[in-house]
Design a protein around this ligand. Structure first.
Ligand code: PHE
Length: 452
């Protein structure tokens, strides 16, 4: 089953046993939805970029999603056995090349750019970068295998010799920059100390506590102001569309400790919006090793990354992530550059769900463990990939509705419910049955399951 080279954006990549990227995924490369100024993803991008702009930040995008495993994982300090590297989670082009799973794959290149531009653009010490990213994942209304992230970082210079001994002066400069970011009056929950000795330690060989406290404070206030800006715009749009009657609960944000291989300490920012805590972004103090390896050994700073769809769905009240890819004028014509407006759903077409139940072959323990005895290991994301390959955007969600192990034989049975629904038209019974039949057949062919 040799597959020919993959052609992606004018480049040719050889395939190998790692290749698991189907053409249906590759067909999304190059749409650049975030550049289409009247598209909700572009409007969201602009809104966030307005908070991180020149001269401090250059605003960039990366059109080619193909990166090396070094860029996506190694350089960022992902452990060799990190689950993100697995073929069930990541689209491999071949052993050494993947579709980026996050915009952090470009961190090193942008740090190197800051170093190169040191003389010509000394004020530009930060960047934002927007790009399409790819992950094998569940299928539902908020997950799509291709989505968009924005990442940003900002760096401060430190003395070349003995930065730690001058760390009080570095911290003072950062605090002065912090004072230039206006305060706000939104309630912020931030119960944990900046540094947690086990989970989020100080990078003690490199940083002093004073520096890290200063950078963390700068990061937090910058991001609080950004989400306040974004969600205030969203509330205005919600109020306008409902004649002013929205539960105008005041906005609240909270900081939650988080771990990323390339930051320490690190956090997630959650926003309380319309009755729910929502995780909006990940961020942290950049690991110094990464900066040392990226031509900026005498700088340090913060980085964050966020998903644009997540935020755009809230702002524009878009109920299904597949809509971002729609070419239907009834969707596209609703949005205008610079305006946050509430999406008016066009008629919702009927859903049609169908179940598929099967026994797994004896040795194929579910969950991705490698199977003994030759059976193909079974991972839920592989089911998702089969369904996506056949149903494409006609599948709204796929859910495991039953999973049991027979008490006597030890055989495992699973039942998935596939919800077929087009966003644009009513599906006929025949075409739904035809897709479902193909899914059943491919499950048997790929995993030797026994249909029930
Ligand atoms: N790349 C991370 C993700 O996709 C987000 C992140 C970016 C976290 C930068 C910290 C700093 O989850």
């Amino acid at each position: 089953n040799e597959r020919p080279d993959l052609h992606i954006q004018d480049n040719k990549y050889p395939t190998d046993q790692w290749t698991n990227t189907p053409d249906t995924i590759l067909s999304h490369v190059g749409r650049s939805l975030y550049l289409d100024e009247n598209h909700p993803l572009a409007i969201t991008r602009r809104l966030i970029e307005s908070q991180f702009s020149a001269p401090i930040f250059g605003n960039y995008f990366e059109k080619n999603p193909v990166v090396t495993t070094a860029q996506n994982f190694d350089v960022l300090g992902f452990a060799p056995d990190h689950p993100g590297r697995s073929r069930t989670d990541t689209y491999y082009i071949n052993e050494k090349t993947v579709l980026r799973t996050h915009t952090s794959a470009h961190q090193q290149a942008y740090f190197q750019q800051i170093s190169r531009n040191e003389k010509t653009k000394p004020e530009e010490v930060g960047y934002t970068v927007v790009a399409d990213v790819y992950r094998r994942d569940a299928i539902d209304r908020s997950h799509y295998p291709v989505f968009h992230q924005m990442e940003a970082a900002m760096l401060w210079k430190r003395p070349e010799q003995n930065p730690l001994s001058a760390s009080e002066e570095t911290a003072a400069r950062i605090r002065a920059d912090l004072e230039r970011i206006p305060r706000h009056d939104v309630v912020v929950e931030d119960p944990n100390p900046t540094i947690h000795p086990q989970r989020n330690p100080l990078q003690a060989e490199h940083h002093s506590e004073a520096e890290v406290e200063a950078v963390a404070a700068h990061l937090k206030r910058s991001l609080e102001r950004m989400v306040i800006k974004v969600f205030t715009e969203g509330s205005k749009a919600a109020a306008a569309s409902s004649g002013g009657k929205v539960d105008q609960e005041p906005l609240k944000v909270r900081w939650v400790e988080a771990y990323f291989p390339f930051t320490s300490p690190g956090w997630e920012l959650e926003v309380f919006w319309q009755g729910e805590w929502l995780e909006v972004l990940g961020c942290g103090v950049i690991k110094q090793e990464l900066l040392i390896n990226s031509d900026v050994p005498n700088r340090f700073g913060w980085a964050f990354g966020l998903g644009l769809e997540r935020i755009a769905m809230l702002l524009f009240n878009i109920p299904d992530i597949r809509l971002f890819w729609s070419k239907d004028e009834r969707f596209l014509s609703q949005f205008r550059a610079g305006q946050i407006t509430r999406f008016e759903p066009f008629s919702k077409h009927p859903a049609c769900y169908k179940d598929v139940a099967f026994w797994l072959p004896q040795a194929a323990a579910a969950g991705g463990a490698s199977a003994a005895g030759g059976a193909v290991p079974f991972h839920e994301n592989d089911v998702m990939e089969i369904v996506r390959g056949i149903g494409g955007d006609l599948v709204e969600d796929v859910r495991l509705i039953d999973n049991f192990t027979h008490p006597k034989t030890g055989k495992q049975s699973m039942c998935y419910r596939i919800n077929y629904r087009s966003l644009e038209r009513t599906l006929t019974n025949e075409e739904t049955n035809e897709m479902h039949e193909k899914v059943r057949t491919q499950l048997v062919n790929d995993f030797s399951v026994e249909l029930r």
